[in-house]
Design a protein around this ligand. Sequence first.
Ligand code: NCD
Length: 356
Amino acid sequence: MDVRHFVSIEDVTPEWFMDLHSVCRDMIQYPERYVDACRGQVMASLFFEPSTRTNFSFQTAMMRLGGSVFGFSDPSGTAVAKGESLADTIRMVSAYADAVVMRSPLEGAAAAGALYSEVPLINAGDGGHMHPTQTLTDLTTICEKRGKVGDITVGLCGDLKNGRTVHSLALALARFPNVQFKFIAPREMAMPGYVLETLRERGQRYIEVTNLESSIPQLDVLYMTRIQKERFTDPLEYERNKGLYILTRRKLDRAKENLLIMHPLPRVDEISRDVDGDPRAVYFDQARYGMFIRMALLYRLIRTPRQAASAVYDLTPRVCGNDRCITKTEEYLPNLTKGRNGETVCTYCDKVIPTG
Ligand code: NCD
């Protein structure tokens, strides 16, 4: 895989992950060995969208490696508010930093930013598209708790349409041996076409269901997600779907004894607090593993030699039809497309480009 930037979960192979996980294991066991591992290195943390865990876990990861951090969690105090383009912001920040961590509400923003970065750029979530470092966190949790990632039945439940964590997780898990999927969501919030198409292309089987309770007994991992209120354009659609799935202790009566109950957090009401004391609830451990696997990722990427940023700007009309794609606001981005199942898709946001 291209280890220069960490933008898409599609770059992660099981071998690459297992190798990263072994560094992470060492960091968990012997943290003192790494206290100076990134001494003198600087990480930029650019959060164009709110975050608690991802932002803090990246910052503490860098601090635990002996490095330092600068950045923002609200772009209103920066030149972005004056209308600076993403390309210029990234070119400039990457001149100051040794790694850039970036979150944006726009799909494909990290792939766009990486074009203009001299140093490794890490996707900390791009709109409703992907969240690849959350997936590293999730794979680490499964590996730490079960000893391996494969041979499991996984239920992903909640807002599968807008939840970026489940898109990345499904695509990554599909590369591991013998993983069965149950996608538990109402039709309105079903897994997007591009994820399902990619799974089918790889011969991965999955089933889509709407009932949580009847699905639980077969699961080894239950991954709950919140309804992504901020991504709904129609408030009525949100009202219709909120509170639809609530995991309670009683619903776990027929669950396996070694089930892992996971959640990327923040939780709203989809896991009731009476589940927190259940030994199968691992979501707070999951958040802690997130810091260690991000330490391993920074440690690995920060050694990449600096490379000149691209100066490619393209002023021909944008081809992507997705209103949430980064190409809609950063109009100079090169038109980049790729093929999937005989269709042309946008390289930034993965959505199919309508023909004609
Ligand atoms: C997730 C995210 O930002 O997508 N949170 C996180 O990074 N742990 C999940 C969410 O916001 O629901």
